[in-house]
Design a protein around this ligand. Structure first.
Ligand code: FES
Length: 149
C-alpha cells in the first residue's frame, strides 16, 4: 500500500495518518460497531473509544474492498460511510478539508462522512454504518487525469 502521509496528492496539508482521534486504551471503553458492506453483509467490530472508523476497519481486518486507500490522509474518499440520521447529527463538526474530499465521493448522501475523520465514542455503541456501493479513490482519478493530458 502506498503512503502519502508526508506528501499527499492534491496539495492537502500534511496530516498524520490514522491518528486523528484521541485513543483511550481501556477495555471498559469497548463499542460495538456494525458495517453493512457493499454486498449487504453485516460486519461487526468491537472498537475502542477514540479510534477512527478507519482504524476499526484496519485493526480488525474487516475486508471492505478498497477502504481507506490513503490511510487517513484525506486524499482518497474511499473511507466514505453513510450514517443513520440520528447518529449523524451527533457527530463532531466536519472540517473544510473533509468536506472538500467528501464532495468527490460517489453516492454522496445527506448523512455521509469520511470514516477516517469520525472518532468512535461510547454513545455510538450499536452503531450501524453503510458502506456505499461505489467507491472513488481520488488519487487514482488524479493520476488518470494526468495521463490523459
Ligand atoms: S482514508 Fe482516504 S480520505 Fe479517509
Amino acid at each position: 500500500m502506498e503512503h502519502f502521509a508526508n506528501n499527499p496528492p492534491g496539495g492537502k496539508k500534511e496530516q498524520l495518518a490514522l491518528t486523528s482521534c484521541n485513543l483511550f486504551d481501556s477495555s471498559a471503553d469497548r463499542v460495538t460497531v456494525h458495517f453493512i458492506n457493499r454486498d449487504g453483509e453485516r460486519l461487526t467490530a468491537t472498537a475502542k473509544e477514540g479510534e477512527s472508523l478507519l482504524e476499526v476497519v484496519f485493526n480488525q481486518n474487516l475486508g471492505i474492498d478498497g477502504f481507506g486507500a490513503c490511510e487517513g490522509t484525506l486524499a482518497c474518499s474511499t473511507c466514505h460511510l453513510i450514517f443513520e440520521e440520528d447518529v449523524f447529527q451527533k457527530l463532531d463538526a466536519i472540517t473544510d478539508e473533509e468536506l472538500d474530499m467528501l464532495d468527490l465521493a460517489y453516492g454522496l448522501t445527506d448523512t455521509s462522512r469520511l470514516g477516517c475523520q469520525v472518532c468512535v465514542k461510547k454513545a455510538m455503541d450499536g452503531l450501524t454504518v453503510q458502506v456505499p456501493m461505489e467507491v472513488a479513490d481520488m488519487r487514482r482519478e488524479l493520476e488518470v487525469g494526468k495521463q490523459s493530458k
